[in-house]
Design a protein. Structure first.
Length: 294
């Protein structure tokens, strides 16, 4: 049996939807013992693709324990820098040099987080962010040289979860990626408080869903986390600084209006189907709280 055939058999036995290739399966596959150099590895994968049409449409990914990060920037050196630091932490990095390519990759790749530059050719980052938020529940970090307050607020209003301004510290960016992914996947099935129920409002941590009077509400990851955090601590008032610390999970170097922008978007979405938006109360001069009217 050839190495390629062995890989194909390994994949078939794994029965993974979309023919997702797990690195551990490939490396532990006995048939790869004969592939002792790079050329043999390349031939093995070529043979695999040749005999498996399902792989030709691009639905084949190398995954690892930390996840797949899509880095979108029109500067190759910038992508290389981010890829190097993310790679050191065990992330698989997929690159895109323009907004159009980002949207293509999202359709055929399993992406856990997107690092998105605003100033990109073909389709700009803000438009891409809007498209991502409309069709996917994926965290987005805006990476851009535009650091004016209006740009940050606009990015958050379009659904970005975080905002990093160039020049930046690669280590800080990696820390933000880890924190955001940790927040998104922090709750595990079966943990106490995974479903919060209020009159006309149900918040499910397991499904990461919000239901208002039978209608599913689409929230960005950060919008969901902010709402869930306030709801879990119903009746308690939090300052904007405290919300940034608890929900964003690190020292956030940005405008406190980030919280205001997210609260505004949550209220707009909740108000479409009922009065649940009234549960988010502004405490003037302090911050916000979640409280069900008596």
């Amino acid at each position: 049996m050839t190495p390629g055939a062995g890989l194909a058999q390994c994949l078939a036995e794994a029965n993974i939807k979309g023919l997702v290739v797990l690195v551990s399966q490939i490396l532990n596959n006995p048939e790869m013992n004969g592939a002792r150099n790079a050329r043999q590895m390349v031939r093995a994968f070529s043979d695999l693709v040749k005999h498996n049409p399902g792989l030709k449409d691009g639905r084949c990914f190398l995954l690892n324990k930390n996840g797949n990060i899509l880095v979108a920037d029109d500067e190759p050196k910038m992508r290389d820098l981010v890829k190097m630091y993310l790679g050191r932490e065990g992330f698989e990095v997929i690159e895109a040099g323009d907004g159009e390519r980002v949207l293509e990759l999202l359709k055929k790749s399993e992406i856990d987080l997107v690092i998105l530059d605003i100033m990109m050719p073909k389709v700009d980052g803000l438009t891409v962010c809007r498209e991502i938020r409309r069709d996917y529940d994926i965290p987005v970090i805006m990476l851009t040289a535009r650091g004016e307050e209006i740009d940050r607020v606009l990015g958050f209003e379009l659904g970005a979860d975080d905002y990093v301004v160039k020049p930046f510290s690669p280590r800080e960016l990696v820390a933000r990626v880890k924190a955001l992914l940790r927040r998104v996947g922090a709750k595990q099935p079966g943990e106490p408080g995974n479903i919060l129920t209020f009159p006309g409002l149900v918040i499910s941590h397991d499904a990461r869903e919000v239901d208002v009077k039978g209608n599913k509400i689409s929230l960005t990851p950060k919008e969901f986390e902010l709402l869930a955090f306030l709801a879990k601590n119903s009746g308690r008032v939090f300052t904007r600084e405290q919300l940034l610390e608890h929900v964003w999970g690190y020292d956030f170097y940005g405008d406190l209006r980030t919280v205001d922008t997210h609260v505004k978007k949550i209220r707009e979405k909740l108000s479409r189907f009922g009065e649940a938006a009234a549960y988010l109360i502004t405490v003037w001069g302090v911050g916000y709280k979640f409280e069900v009217g008596k």
